[in-house]
Design a protein around this ligand. Structure first.
Ligand code: TXA
Ligand code: MG
Length: 348
């Protein structure tokens, strides 16, 4: 398949290209587009054949449902049975990096929702994404635009690497500002949600509105092999670098001692900015990937997937990273990193 790659700097100057992208969506094709979280691989959510193409392009299991992207929060009305709690969440966090799971209406085909009776709805903030949805006139089903099992793409180069030849168009809208996928909550009752995937909108943000937030244990723990999961995506090993990847739980001095004791030649480490000099001075030949300042989880979130991809493409045999603190968006980092590391934590 021939893939058009188009670069968009301003919505106004790119109306022709965006109209072309929208017509691809309307005609059942695939367009990769930027959102503020990660790039998505989009298709018409109401067209089962189009949704099926997404699964094929990603190599994604067909029981792992897709998020549908809408342009305005009240469009959820057409596709789901909304509640007052949905509107409370929407009023405070939409458009933005949050996805809400509700009971689906029948206009969303089973293929889009992986056979479930619920559907996940998200109203992204990114202007290109919103204009594409608006011009398409349909909800856009879009998972992250990576091959199944590799880290989500946070810039067009990542999408090009995974999806060139697998979709009709890739829209390059620059780097994603958040860098981790949206927070996913399921509405359970009039005042309670379950957090299925942590993201930039935190449990504390939701609780500050008086909402009860239960946290699915799959967010921080390893699932049993025959356990029933609340969100199908949780059972798949995600975000996995190809190299063995371990999280180090200890201060930088014990990390250095530990790494020095290893025999492997080419070791990579994701390190806080404050620790880079110390590592350089104490471990020769270490490949260092700068994660950002220790207390700046937003910066770390923005960089994580790019660093994992870089580590994958370079000649290192082993990768380490610090175990993140489980606070605020740190919970989202922790969730992605323990899964990338297949729960391998080394306590120092
Ligand atoms: O930030 C994001 O959410 C990005 C951008 C493109 O919007 N999308 C994204 O999609 O991360 P994806 O498919 O990579 O992850 C969606 C997750 C999957 O783990 C899936 O299992 C879960 O959402 N999900 C989708 N529909 C669901 C439902 N009805 N019930 C529970 N979980 C659902
Ligand atoms: Mg994904």
């Amino acid at each position: 398949m021939n893939t058009d790659v188009i670069k968009i700097s301003s919505i106004e100057e790119s109306q022709r290209d965006l109209a072309k992208a929208a017509s691809i969506i309307k005609n059942g094709g695939l367009v990769a587009f930027p959102t503020e979280t990660v790039y998505g691989l989009g298709a018409d959510a109401t067209n089962p054949d189009a949704a099926a193409k997404i699964y094929a392009a990603k190599g994604r299991p067909s029981d792992n449902p897709l998020i549908i992207h809408i342009c305005e929060p009240n469009e959820a009305e057409r596709y789901t049975y909304t509640t007052a709690l949905y509107y409370k969440i929407a009023e405070h966090f939409m458009p933005g990096p949050i996805t809400v799971v509700m009971k689906s209406r029948s206009c969303i085909p089973g293929c889009t929702r992986g056979g479930l009776d619920t559907v996940a709805v998200r109203c992204p903030e990114n202007k290109i994404a919103r204009e594409l949805i608006r011009l398409s006139g349909v909800p856009i089903a879009a998972p992250s635009a990576n091959l199944s099992g590799s880290p989500s793409p946070t810039c067009a180069e990542h999408v090009i690497k995974d999806m060139l030849g697998r979709c009709d168009m890739i829209i390059d809208g620059g780097a994603c500002s958040v860098g981790l996928e949206s927070t996913i909550v399921r509405i359970d009752s009039d005042d309670t949600v379950t957090l299925l995937r942590p993201g930039k909108v935190t449990a504390a943000d939701l609780r500050s509105l008086g909402i009860n937030v239960l946290i699915s244990h799959a967010v921080t723990e390893e699932l049993g092999s025959d356990e029933r999961v609340e969100s199908p995506g949780m059972k798949y090993k995600h975000y996995a670098p190809k190299k063995p990847f371990y999280l180090l739980d200890g201060d930088i001095e014990s990390c250095v001692e530990f790494i020095k004791s290893k025999q492997e030649k080419n070791i990579g480490i994701i390190a806080y900015s404050e620790d880079v000099e110390y590592l350089k001075n104490n471990v020769p030949n270490l490949v260092i990937y700068e994660f950002g300042a220790k207390d700046n989880c937003e910066e770390q979130a923005q960089r994580l997937f790019d660093l994992l991809r870089r580590a994958d493409s370079e000649a290192i045999e082993l990768l380490y990273a610090p175990l993140p603190v489980v606070e605020g968006i740190g919970l989202a980092l922790y969730n992605r990193m323990i899964r990338a590391a297949a729960h391998n934590i080394i306590r120092l």
